[in-house]
Design a protein. Structure first.
Length: 82
């Protein structure tokens, strides 16, 4: 499942950096950045689902995924995992 709220970039890796590099980094873009005001008749979750998701509006729901789930691992992490 693709999450368009997560963006990726390749940071500069210095040849003199003593730490193992992280080749691909990611950051989360919160959905409220793209909704400047609350539009009328915005779709709502049912109350029980709203409590599970932490918001009443599906347009503002932002699921959490850890950096390992997003594929952001450094060289030392990749060696430990694989």
């Amino acid at each position: 499942m693709s999450n368009d709220q997560v963006r990726y970039y390749a940071p500069f890796i210095s040849p003199t950096d003593p730490c193992p590099p992280i080749r691909i980094k990611s950051y989360s873009v919160p959905p409220q950045l793209f909704i400047p005001f609350q539009p009328p008749n915005l779709q709502q979750f049912h109350p029980f689902d709203a409590l599970k998701h932490g918001t009443l509006w599906p347009a503002l729901y932002s699921p959490y995924s850890s950096k390992q789930m997003r594929g952001e691992v450094g060289d030392s992490d990749a060696q430990a995992v694989g």
